[in-house]
Design a binder for this molecule. Structure first.
Ligand code: URA
Length: 230
């Protein structure tokens, strides 16, 4: 989203003294979520990490242990976006390290993708209490960080893991069962909505037409696209 779009969305009257190209200073980033964070504010994931660990733009800042920024290759062709950190991620500051993350790594390995081939992040950087889904307001408040990450990684393909991820990035509120498996073009990139690994852990059947089987189709589609684009 451009700075202008953000201003329109949040209704902010003026920009703070923080414009693209200015030296990064996390202390200057306003806590008021209505004040946009302009495109180009950050030059590295580490800067985003420093800021997110100080961020109090929404209530999730009060209960997090660590902000969870990303893992993998920050120049990868494939970016994976999950919903938000769980307990393990909050404790370690690393996305997808719990049971869901282990399954995600297995799914990627099945099509010969490793951490070197992907960058993994989340819609919100701080853990929603009791692992509830992030609210629309939390997703919107956190959105500038994600936009900066996408700008930096510049992936050709984005895997949207679960309905919150689809809603958070695309604003599409359809259920994941309805939209998984179909490419959606967004800002010149190809997005593939897929089931969240936590959903697959709850639905273990590998039978044809079941979530695990569908995920296998979808990840193969993604791998084929990456090979085609390479
Ligand atoms: N689920 C997510 O969506 N993200 C994580 O980082 C971990 C679990």
């Amino acid at each position: 989203m451009s700075t202008e779009d953000q201003m329109a969305l949040f209704g902010a009257a003026d920009l703070p003294d923080l414009l693209p190209g200015k030296d990064f200073d996390p202390d200057q980033i306003p806590t008021d979520a209505k004040v946009p964070i302009p495109t180009g504010t950050y030059t590295s994931m580490d800067e985003i990490k420093v800021h997110c660990n100080r961020c109090q733009r929404c209530d999730l800042g009060a209960t997090r242990t660590h902000a969870v920024i990303g893992r993998g290759n920050p120049r990868a062709n494939l970016m994976i976006i999950g919903e938000g950190p769980g307990q393990n991620e909050d404790e370690t500051g690393i996305p997808f390290v719990g049971k869901s993350g282990q399954l995600l790594d297995k799914i990627l390995a099945a099509v010969e993708l490793t951490e070197a081939d992907v960058f993994i992040a989340n819609i919100v950087k701080c853990r929603p209490p009791a692992n509830r889904a992030p609210s629309d307001a939390e997703m919107n408040t956190c959105r500038p960080y994600l936009m900066e990450q996408i700008r930096m990684v510049d992936p050709r393909v984005i895997l949207l893991s679960g309905a919150s991820s689809v809603k958070g990035l695309l604003g599409d509120k359809r259920g994941i069962t309805k939209i998984r498996g179909e490419w959606i073009e967004w800002e010149g990139r190809l997005c593939m909505p897929v089931f969240h690994p936590a959903y697959l852990l709850r639905n273990q059947s590998r039978e044809k037409g079941q979530p695990k089987w569908l995920m296998w189709q979808d990840i193969q589609t993604v791998k084929a696209k990456l090979d085609e684009l390479a």
